[in-house]
Design a protein around this ligand. Structure first.
Ligand code: FAD
Length: 693
């Protein structure tokens, strides 16, 4: 008898089921195949380096791996701190692991007597960080494939015990979605969670305290799950710093701030990316504000000598250099000033410790180019320095600061101290030369490139990228120092150099502006490009509504530049409305003259709606203007207008979101809840896009 189609389907299903049953455990591995190519193409698949985490743990005798999904370095820092604490307090054999450095198809064979920790930041609209994209895709697809199979019986990850902490920001809709989803996936796959998953909130400014509050009960739960015994924590260096008196800073094997070997050995070659910046010439720079007390820079980077490309709406990352004044302060307070140019070699004391900068190098180069020395301090780090205090009374004070949240707030956080300012203030004039340099490599962040929304159009200038950046200078009453933004003040200094301007900085900042071995001379800065999903509609006839107060206008200058060019090219361009806000028309109205030029191409279809908050007795913001134009905004949205918001995530973007829901509700005769749902569905259809920070 012939088999009919139904029989074949049934038999095939049975066969697959049988194979799946007998290969239980390897099913996990089979699922990985669709990703094999994307893993192989990943930036991290470095030749010769094992991507097998279980093998790596075995070889190096580890029983605890702390994975991190990190974008700006905070998650990476927390991972390192967990690893360190696990080792010094509980005798765990720990390692940290960048999620993009490993494959995960053998996670189902994770030994029961070991533990995996996940420190996961959520980025943008509930997205994984760049280094966690592939892991996240893998783990979520495994989860789906198992639940499609009926889920419950297939507990592929039964042997995996894990803990998890998420870094998020409650001003975003998808708050901490990475850690929440990961926990959901892992739990369904049968993994054993130890303790509660923690969530840190950057939006509320409580990240550090959330982390500290989460980790104590976590350690208690882990101690009982793994029979760990707590001991008095002693400092165990992860890195060894060796001075090399036989070497000279001018030797051509010594890194003086060059980001990698490629840069050390002469003219750096591409491809240029987050691991290998392009030293871009600054083609143009100018001041946009007309206000002696504040600066806002327009800068153009020439990328024609690189393989870099961008499309309108992307981001550019700038690699900063610390101000000389802060580098000097740091070296001086540690008693290292005399040997700042001595050559040092830094190596990990165990095979899994990754030195965060190239070596051999000098103290000066590490502090200037690689360490985030100006950032706010963490309470835990202050506490860990107590043991190296110059006197017993200083030690007692640091222990108190490290152990008491409110005391720390009063004595450190409120004063905006960076690490060297803090040590200066508490050292009673003494030098802190007992502190091993390695503790800073471990305890401070690796300096992070800062992102800027590109403010030019790739259609108009494909080889020149512009940014619009406000220079950070924050004075807080009662704080002894003015907080000067690392990157923006460096850019300001570059602009001043380019124009031969005298140094007007009242706080005496200075920079090694020509870079390591003068390689950045002629006004260059290291950059790379990050592609984003913040994009104009592909159909230019679609109307667009843009809300971008302050530097939030940056990507919209690019959008409008692009639509004006399209109109000049004869294309039919839809209505283009920009809501822009600033303090006063004659102080900080960004690109005021340029909007007129674009109008000559776009005609009445371009409209710039302004809100000047300090022009009259009443403060007026873009949110108010949006309300005033409610009927028109709603009508445009009904014509499928794209809606964009850029700038301040904490207040403005959230309020705009709310107001839009209300406008829709009022003008379509539906209730508020329905209005909110419409905005939500616009978001998922990419009709509502945010670029906020
Ligand atoms: P940082 O040194 O990073 O300091 C930033 C702030 O941190 C300070 O102002 C202060 O509030 C706080 N701080 C620093 N040190 C201390 C301390 N010791 N104590 C207390 N507080 C402290 N910015 C723009 O101007 N234009 C843009 O188009 C733009 N686009 C962006 C796009 C994206 C996707 C993102 C993520 C950010 C964007 N930003 C933009 C912000 C930009 O990346 C930088 O954060 C900003 O320029 C400040 O960088 P900085 O290095 O000068 O300041």
């Amino acid at each position: 008898a012939q088999l009919d189609t139904l029989d074949i389907v049934v038999l095939t299903a049975l066969l697959i089921g049988t194979i799946a049953y007998f290969t239980k455990g390897t099913y996990w591995a089979v699922q990985k195949d669709p990703y094999a190519s994307s893993f192989a193409n990943g930036a991290a698949s470095k030749a010769g380096k094992s991507r097998n985490i279980l093998e790596k743990m075995d070889e190096t005798g580890k029983n605890c791996v702390v994975f991190y999904g990190s974008q700006t370095g905070t998650a990476e820092d927390y991972a390192a701190r967990l690893a360190k604490e696990g080792s010094s307090r509980f005798g765990l054999k720990t390692m940290t692991a960048d999620l993009e450095d490993y494959d995960y198809e053998n996670l189902d064979q994770f030994p029961e007597d070991k533990v995996a920790m996940f420190v996961m930041a959520t980025y943008g609209e509930g997205e994984p960080t760049d280094n966690a994209v592939e892991f996240y895709e893998f783990i979520s697809s495994e989860e789906v494939s198992f639940s499609e199979k009926g889920g419950a019986e297939e507990k592929a990850l039964e042997s995996l015990q894990y803990v998890a902490f998420g870094l998020g920001n409650n001003t975003y809709e998808h708050y901490n979605s990475m850690v929440r989803n990961l926990v959901k996936f892992l739990d369904r796959l049968g993994a054993k969670r130890v303790g509660e998953a923690g969530e840190g909130d950057d939006g509320a400014g409580t990240m550090e305290e959330d982390f500290l509050a989460w980790k104590e009960p976590m350690w208690a739960a882990l101690s009982s799950a793994m029979n760990l015994e707590e001991r008095e924590a002693v400092y165990e260096p992860v890195f060894e710093v060796t001075e090399k008196p036989d070497m000279d800073a001018e030797d051509d094997t010594v890194y003086l701030g060059e980001p990698n070997k490629n840069h050390l050995e002469g003219s750096a070659k591409g491809p240029f990316n987050a691991h290998n910046p392009y030293i871009a010439p600054i083609a143009e720079s100018k001041e946009l504000f007309n206000d002696p007390a504040r600066n806002c820079l327009h800068m153009e980077f020439d990328i024609s000598g690189s393989n870099l490309s961008y499309t309108t709406g992307d981001h550019i990352a700038i690699w900063p250099t610390n101000a000389g004044k802060e580098v000097d302060r740091f070296l001086k307070v540690l008693g290292l000033q005399g040997k700042r140019h001595s050559v040092i070699a830094v190596k990990g004391l165990d095979a899994t410790a990754k030195v965060p900068f190239p070596s051999p190098t000098t103290y000066d180069a590490v502090v200037r180019y690689h360490m985030e020395i100006c950032a706010p301090l963490s309470r835990q780090f202050v506490g860990s320095l107590a043991q190296f205090s110059p006197t017993d009374s200083i030690k007692a004070e640091l222990q108190k600061i490290g152990g008491d949240k409110d005391y720390f707030h009063d004595k450190v956080a409120k004063k905006n101290y960076n690490i060297a300012q803090f040590l200066e203030a508490y050292g009673e004039g003494k030098s802190w030369d007992n502190i091993p340099f390695s503790i800073f490599i471990e305890g401070l962040h690796k300096i992070q490139p800062r992102y800027y929304s590109i403010s030019s159009s790739s259609l108009v200038q494909p080889k020149k990228i512009s940014i619009t950046a406000v220079v950070e200078s924050v004075e807080v009453p009662g704080a002894p120092h003015v907080v000067k933004g690392v990157t923006t003040n460096y850019l300001l200094a570059l602009k001043q150099k380019q124009h031969g301007e005298p140094h007007p900085d009242p706080h005496g900042l200075d920079y090694a502006i020509t870079g390591p071995r003068n390689k950045y001379d002629g006004i260059h800065v290291p950059v790379h490009v990050r592609h984003s999903n913040f994009k104009l509609p592909s159909d230019p006839t679609k109307p667009v509504i843009m809300v971008g107060p302050g530097t939030g206008v940056a990507p919209f200058r690019g959008f409008i530049q692009e639509r004006a060019q399209m109109a000049r090219n004869g294309e039919n361009v839809g209505k283009t409305i920009l809501f822009f806000g600033c303090r006063k028309q004659d102080e900080d109205f960004l690109y005021e003259k340029e909007w007129e030029e674009y109008k000559s191409a776009l005609g009445d279809s371009l409209e710039v709606v302004t809100a000047f908050s300090r022009a009259g007795p009443q403060k007026v913001y873009v949110q108010h203007r949006l309300r005033e134009r409610a009927a028109e905004v709603n009508a445009l949205l009904e014509q499928k207008a794209y809606f964009y918001v850029c700038g301040d995530a904490a207040n403005m973007a959230r309020e705009v979101n709310e107001i839009l829901g209300q406008i829709i509700a009022e003008h379509r005769g539906v209730d508020r809840k329905k209005g909110e749902e419409v905005v939500k569905s616009m978001r998922s259809a990419n009709q509502y896009q945010e670029d906020v920070w």
